[in-house]
Design a protein around this ligand. Structure first.
Ligand code: ATP
Ligand code: MG
Length: 664
């Protein structure tokens, strides 16, 4: 508490009634609410009555850890610190039966979801239909979130697929990510006893990154807050970067409309960035019109100038950054974790990854393809889910013939049809002698053998005397799953990566099982871990490669922002759609992640789909005030002669290294 400034102290002590902290980047919003929660518990509030909603699982884990350090690990365990999605899973696991689902519903996502859509496209539109599953899914999702029934979607094909998709996952007792929030809200809205139960559970609710909540999430909060109105929200309208996903910045700007007479607290001192970085950030964001002006005062005067470097191409850009990072790191005093490279789109990461690998710089990717969406990982999770719940059709159909065990596609279709007709799960049909007797001897025997095999492992899990990880490991090895996956790999690297994936899941399960977690809890956690920008669950060490969206809320001593070109940032789509302001906020978020040094770069030429295209610098570069900017070019840095005097200089040693590299 002693380290808080006056406004922060006020916030930490304002424990009752609605509170809104509206403040710029790096002013300690997250730190303040974290302290506030610790203080609440210190004042005698029951930890199990605390709900704190964060934007990512990672942020939740960090907040929990810090509160644990301040108060007690035991208290931290009892609190619910999680994302909106995890919150809704908990609500649904308890109360979904009200909506006619079974409690052991599965969560369909990623490849399983697109796979289903692919089938439905063929079924509804024919195989010649040229339409991307991702596009269909995003249209279905938008309609769902806008409260439009699938039947009412204008495009008749999408509508037909939407109806079939909805009915199909419903029949499989499965929900998707959108459903988690939609059904959670529905439960709380339509069932007053459910609402009361959860309102009684939570005495104090906190929401971080509130500027990125959407209308549905706002409704969820409204349902959860009772007449005592102990709600505290924190955010910064200048960092609202999820408008494209339906976030309503009005939630924060018009907070009093939802909760009247809130106490509004403003924080003005920035503790994160040097004056040079902060001044540069402020000079950019002031170009957005209609924003709420906020004071943002540096507490770290001066600092190294922000570097702005023009690069000949994206290859040089990546290599330059890798070399510079290595040079700084090797001089001592810096950890790899101090560095972060921020980019606008996932496609930009490949060159950067190559450069990291070339110099053997350990790194972690955040916001790229999710670990949990990799095929082998999904397969193993499907096996685990089946051990927990054989009624789950989604995972059963996924692995029924994977690896191949003589149960062909036509048998699978027959089984699904039979299960629909009898209104039972596919597993029940497979165990149904009436159904099996319709099949030929081969598939029939294959099914009986598989049922028998699976049942053996289910029994072992249910006795609960063994670690579930070990049981699954044995199962996976008995079915030769690793060999099966290896046969489909093109390179030894791929094979290794995939085996690692398989082993990682099993190891995680073993760990969870050691901690006494059930398969169900483990599976929910894995589904939620794949929630978009949040897949560094493996807790890898190293420099961070991250999309600007995923970098929200984080901070790093040394930050590089790459690809500041027209069409990339601002993204070409945003120029067409008139959302350049949101792109400016995105860059503002990026810039304000930096603590000590910030390097911005743009390229003259970029490789796109194998072609070299020329680029123009981002329009945002002209908006920066140049007081603290040091503008230079790759050629300048590389082309100057190295004098003896300079040799000790860090830039020169780096240059020498780069030249050496290009000679070889
Ligand atoms: P963002 O808008 O990016 O989410 P934020 O407002 O949540 O930022 P924090 O991440 O909570 O800011 O804090 C930024 C940094 O400032 C952290 O390193 C934090 O420890 C530090 N900080 C916050 N308040 C103080 C303080 N009173 N004294 C010293 N350091 C502080
Ligand atoms: Mg924060």
């Amino acid at each position: 508490m002693s380290s808080l400034n006056k406004a922060q102290f006020e916030a930490v002590n304002a424990l009752d009634g609605p509170v809104m902290i509206l403040a710029g980047a790096g002013t300690g919003k997250t730190r303040t609410v974290t302290c506030r929660i610790a203080h609440l518990i210190d004042q005698g509030c029951d930890p199990s009555g605390v709900l704190a909603v964060t934007f990512t699982n990672k942020a939740a884990a960090e907040m929990k850890e810090r509160i644990g350090d301040m108060i007690s690990q035991k208290a931290a365990k009892e609190m619910m610190v999680c994302t909106f999605h995890s919150l809704c899973v908990r609500i649904l696991r308890q109360n979904i039966e009200e909506l006619g689902y079974k409690k052991n519903f599965s969560i369909i996502m990623g490849g399983d979801q697109t796979g289903l859509i692919k089938q439905l496209i063929v079924r509804k539109g024919g195989s010649k239909e040229k339409i991307m599953p991702g596009e269909v899914l995003s249209k279905i999702s938008s309609a769902k979130n806008a409260g439009i029934a699938m039947e009412d979607i204008e495009d008749s094909l999408i509508s037909a697929i939407g109806v079939a998709y909805r009915d199909e996952i419903r029949a499989q007792n499965a929900v998707d990510f959108d459903d988690l929030l939609l059904l959670g809200e529905k439960l709380l809205t339509n069932f007053s006893h459910v609402r009361r139960q959860w309102q009684e559970r939570f005495s104090h609710i906190t929401v971080d990154e509130f500027q990125d909540t959407n209308a549905l999430q706002m409704r969820l909060i409204q349902r959860l807050v009772d007449e005592k109105r102990n709600i505290c929200v924190v955010g910064d309208d200048d960092q609202s970067i999820y408008g494209w996903r339906g976030a309503e910045v009005a939630n924060i700007l018009e907070f009093e409309r939802f909760f009247s007479n809130p106490r509004i607290i403003r924080l003005e001192e920035n503790y994160r960035s040097s004056e040079a970085i902060l001044h540069t950030a402020n000079s950019l964001i002031k170009h957005n019109i209609g924003r709420r002006e906020k004071a943002l005062i540096p507490t770290k005067a001066g600092g190294e100038p922000v570097k702005l470097i023009s690069m000949p191409g994206d290859e040089e850009e990546a290599q330059f950054i890798a070399q510079e990072m290595k040079a700084i790191h090797d001089r001592g005093g810096k950890k790899w974790e101090d560095f972060a490279i921020l980019f606008r789109t996932n496609g930009q990461s490949r060159k950067l990854e190559e450069a990291m690998r070339e110099l053997k710089i350990p790194y972690r990717m955040v916001g790229a393809q999710s670990f949990y969406d990799r095929r082998e990982v999904r397969d193993v999770l499907a096996y685990i889910e089946l051990l927990a719940n054989q009624e789950a059709d989604v995972p059963l159909l996924r692995i029924l013939n994977s690896p191949p065990r003589g149960i062909g596609q036509s048998t699978i279709v027959q089984a699904v049809d039979h299960s629909r007709e009898m209104q039972q799960s596919v597993w029940e049909s497979l165990n149904d002698e009436g159904f099996r007797s319709q099949l030929g001897a081969r598939p029939r025997n294959a099914i009986i053998a598989f049922n028998h095999q699976l049942q053996g492992y289910i029994d072992r899990i249910q006795t609960g005397s063994e670690n579930a990880g070990h049981v699954v490991k044995e199962f996976i090895s008995e079915i030769d799953y690793v060999d099966f996956i290896h046969r489909g790999c093109k390179t030894p690297d791929e094979a290794e990566k995939r085996s690692e994936g398989i082993h990682d899941v099993i190891a995680q399960l073993a760990k969870a099982s050691d901690k006494g977690k059930t398969l169900r809890v483990f599976l929910d956690e894995s589904s939620l871990a794949s929630d978009r920008d949040d897949d560094d669950i493996e807790k890898k060490q190293g420099a961070t490669l991250i999309t600007m969206h995923a970098s929200k809320g984080l901070e790093f001593p040394n930050v590089y922002i790459v690809g500041l070109e027209q069409g990339i940032l601002p993204h070409s789509r945003s120029v067409e759609e008139g959302t350049v302001d949101e792109e400016r906020r995105l860059l503002y978020v990026g810039v304000t992640r930096a603590q000590i040094t910030l390097t911005l770069s743009y390229c003259s030429i970029r490789t796109k789909w194998g072609d070299k295209v020329s680029c123009t610098p981002s329009q945002f570069l002209q908006e920066f005030d140049v007081t603290f900017i040091d503008e230079t070019s790759y050629e300048d840095i590389m082309g100057t002669e190295i004098s003896d005097e300079e040799a000790a200089d860090f830039f020169s040693s780096m240059r020498a290294m780069l030249l050496e590299d290009s000679d070889s």
